[in-house]
Design a protein around this ligand. Structure first.
Ligand code: PLP
Length: 405
């Protein structure tokens, strides 16, 4: 019998957030176990509803949304994105510079497909949101990981970035606020990244999907607001701040030194045309989402639900012997460090699998975020405090006797 194998293009593509440990969790669920899932950043199932006005707009436009639209998206949505860019200090954005997609995920894949030839390098943070690395690999590129420094609030290590720039480097990815670390980068760090990008003529890919999810007075600075002398591709969307991950809607904005990206833009236009257009009903959510008040602000200020969950889980993790965690200032994740010597851990996927099997709690191992050592894991802060508390009690109990080797 002829066997069909997966394409070799997928040989180095991996996305462990929905990987083998999640398959094991599904198996346990099918066997009747209740699994506490702290693995996916999907707000709606945890009771974070979208603003009513956003849903109302989508519903009201369903009849109008039956046909294909312009490949880049409906004009009212792109005008709303243009205004949002202006509000964030990103200059010179025209509706034609804006691409609406089926979530940021689709746009990340297009952005890499449209740019990379085999062997071209993209600098990506470690830890990263792993779709970036997967998309680079799928496009035939090489993901070169620069370190973020846990000792310095998980800020990018600028010296490491500098060391890793080569003649084949085409771009640098900055995820700010960061998934999985929760770091929000200060202006000085962002300015130095932009300076390096200008000096080495790199495209800056700014993934800013968590730009409205900020704690403790953190300020989000849009990278593309910092220079007109660099090509910027800024990604944002409604999955997180508006809690409509299931609608699949995000956007990508090309700004800055656009004249240097004429050929690339042609490629992006071609890829946008090839998939005709993105999900149309969801595009109608954009004007309402961006013109309304920032509905997530109430959840992220002290006393707000997300803030309380962050504060609780961060404190609780730091109480557990063998764990430590930097306090996040954005997004909704923790990326705690595990004392691997104490627990004999050399394989963090095994560690999260052992914990799942023993205590029925699902986490994601740090190496799933392209972190080079087996000494971290990610916790999603979306469950209610009672659930977080139960999960972390179970983790403490599990660790009190755990030894991998
Ligand atoms: N970028 C980051 C940093 C994310 O954390 C996520 C989702 O978790 C995405 C992009 C993809 O978002 P979506 O495709 O839902 O817009």
């Amino acid at each position: 019998m002829r066997q069909f194998k997966k394409s070799s293009k997928l040989d180095h593509v991996c996305y462990d957030i929905r990987g083998p440990v999640m398959d094991e969790a599904k198996r346990l669920e099918a066997a009747g176990y209740d699994i506490l899932k702290l693995n996916i950043g999907n707000p709606a199932p945890f009771g974070f509803d979208a603003p009513e006005a956003v849903i109302r707009e989508v519903r009201a436009n369903l009849h109008r949304a039956q046909g294909y639209t312009d490949s880049k998206g409906i004009l009212p949505a792109r005008l709303a994105i243009q205004a949002y860019c202006r509000q964030k200090g990103i200059r010179g954005v025209e509706p034609d510079d804006i691409y609406i997609g089926n979530g940021v995920s689709e746009l990340i894949v297009s952005a890499m497909q449209g740019l990379l030839d085999d062997g071209d390098e993209i600098l990506i943070p470690a830890p990263d949101y792993p779709l970036w690395t997967a998309a680079v690999n799928l496009a035939g590129g090489v993901a070169v990981h620069y370190l973020c420094d846990e000792q310095s609030n998980w800020y990018p290590d600028l010296k490491d970035i500098k060391r890793k720039i080569t003649p084949r480097t085409k771009g640098i990815v900055v995820i700010n606020p960061n998934n999985p670390t929760g770091a929000v980068y200060p202006r000085a760090i962002l300015e130095q990244i932009v300076e390096m990008a200008a000096a080495h003529e790199l495209i800056v890919f700014a993934d800013e999907i968590y730009d409205r999810i900020l704690y403790d007075g953190a300020e989000h600075i849009a990278l593309a607001s910092l220079s007109d002398d660099v090509v910027f591709v800024t990604m944002n969307g409604l999955s997180k701040s508006q809690r409509i991950a299931g609608y699949r809607v995000g956007w990508m904005v090309v700004s800055g030194k656009k004249a240097a990206a004429k050929g690339y833009i042609e490629g992006l236009n071609m890829l946008a045309s090839m998939r005709l257009c993105s999900n149309v009903p969801a595009q109608y959510a954009i004007p309402a989402a961006l013109s309304g008040e920032n509905s997530i602000a109430d959840l992220t200020k002290p006393g707000g639900r997300l803030y309380n969950q962050m504060e609780f889980a961060w404190r609780r993790i730091n109480e557990i012997p063998g764990l430590s965690c930097v306090r996040p200032t954005g997004a909704f994740y923790l990326f705690p460090k595990v004392d691997v010597a104490r627990f004999g851990i050399s394989d963090d996927q095994q560690f999260v699998k052992d914990f799942l099997t023993a205590e029925k709690v699902l986490l994601v191992q740090g190496t799933g975020f392209n972190w080079p050592k087996p000494d971290h894991f990610r916790v999603v802060l979306l469950p209610e405090i009672a659930t977080l508390s139960s999960a972390l009690d179970r983790l403490e109990k599990f660790l009190s006797t755990y030894r991998q080797q």
